[in-house]
Design a protein around this ligand. Sequence first.
Ligand SMILES: [Zn+2]
Length: 245
Amino acid sequence: MRRAWLPALTLLVAALAACQSANAAAVVPTRVERLGSSAQGRPITAVVRGYPGATRNVLVVGVVHGTEPAGLAVIRALRYAVPPPGVRYWLVAAANPDGRAHGTRQNARGVDLNRNFPLTWRPGGARWSTYFPGPFAASEPETRAIMALVRRTRPAVTVWYHQHLGIVVRPTTYRARQVAGAYARVSGIPMRPYAALDGTASAWQARVDPQGAPLVVELRAGALDPAGVRRHVRAVAAAARRATA
Ligand SMILES: [Zn+2]
C-alpha cells in the first residue's frame, strides 16, 4: 500500500526540483555590455551572467570566423544556464559581426581576426586571402575590443568556438590541458594537438595571462543538434569548475 505513494512522491520531488531550477535560472542577474564596434559599426556585445559575488570570469566567444557559426547555439543556451558557484559568464556571440553578416571568414576589411592578435603576429598575404593577418598587429577594432575585455576580466577559462575539425585543441600548458580535458570529456569531442599558429587570440592570451585557460573548440561541420548543444553547455560548466576548483 505504501508503495502506491512512491510515484506521486517522485513526481512531486521532480516538479519541485524543476521549479527551483527554473527559478534559479530566472534570478541569475544578467546584463548586456557593449564592448566596441566592428569595422562597419556593428556592435560587439557581451551578455554578462552571474551573481554579484562571482569572482571568476569565464568568457565564451561564438563567431570569430563568420563562416563558423555552430557555437552560437551554445551561447544562446548559456544565456539561460546557471553558472557554477562563484563564476560569471561573459557570452560574446560574435567577435566578428561583419563576417557573420556577410558570410565571410574575415572581417569587413578582409582580415582574418584570428591571425591579427599581437605577440605572435606575423605579416603575410593580401586582404581577403584566407589567413590575411592585417597590416599590423591588432589593426582591427574587433581584435582590440576582445583584447580590452580579456585584459579587464582575466578569464579563468575562455572558449573560442571554431569549425570544422571536431577537436578540442590540446593546450601546451599542464593547467590549461586539465581544463581542456574536462571540456573534451563532457562534450564528447576528443582533445588533439594542433599546429601552433601565429597571431591567434588563444596564443596571445596564453602569453598575457598564463593563469587563464584559453581553449580552442573546433566544432564539427554543420549545426549542433539539441543534445549536442546541451553537452557543450555542460562542458563549459565543467571547464569552469575545473579551472576554479
Ligand atoms: Zn575558425
